[in-house]
Design a protein around this ligand. Sequence first.
Ligand code: HMH
Length: 227
Amino acid sequence: MSMADYGKTFGLLRTGAGQTWTDYTYHAFVEGLKDGSLPRESFLHYLVQDYVFLVHFARAWSLGVVKSETQQEMRVCAQTVDALVNHEMSLHVKTCAAAGIDESALFNAAEADANLAYTRYVLDAGVQGDFIDLIAALAPCVMGYGEIGVRLASDKSADTPYAEWIATYADPDYQAVCATVGEMLDDAVARRIGDLKISPRRAAVQARFTKATALEVGFWQMGLSPQ
Ligand SMILES: Cc1ncc(CO)c(N)n1
């Protein structure tokens, strides 16, 4: 299977993240979704936390609207906020409702530390830095799930109960968001930095990306241990 192409900058940062990227995209939680061995309790715990995650993630993407310098950047960020708030979150609401957890319980869920650490790290990257710092911290979330979705859609066990979760991220609509964000990241780097490979900013941008990837690993880990 050919790997999805989310752009040159993403490819460079992904390679730069090394083993941390593998730890994220092949985490035991992910493998449990693939073969169906993930306990339902862990999945629901994850899903409630992920709803809270998406609330803050949408706030971070809204900051992208604030920090954008071109119409394309503003349009992509606004579109991503829409995709998160009006599409991705409905999967969480629907799956949780089927398990007897209503939307107000989701909105009021106590936030796990790993969740708080991740989203506030991303928000701070955007508050402290420029548009590139923000998108470098947001990219692992968007594209990582895109990559996981595509791989699991082709490798999953026929009887995994998590097929709907997998389908959400393998879906052409979600893949289109990943491709659009990747293209925007390439354009944003070309506009502000030029060639990232030889830029003095490279290490700092990579550090944002790798830290966000490590925080994704922590998020899966949190999902594995329901309190
Ligand atoms: C923790 C996490 N990362 C990324 C995504 C994809 O939007 C998600 N739903 N949750």
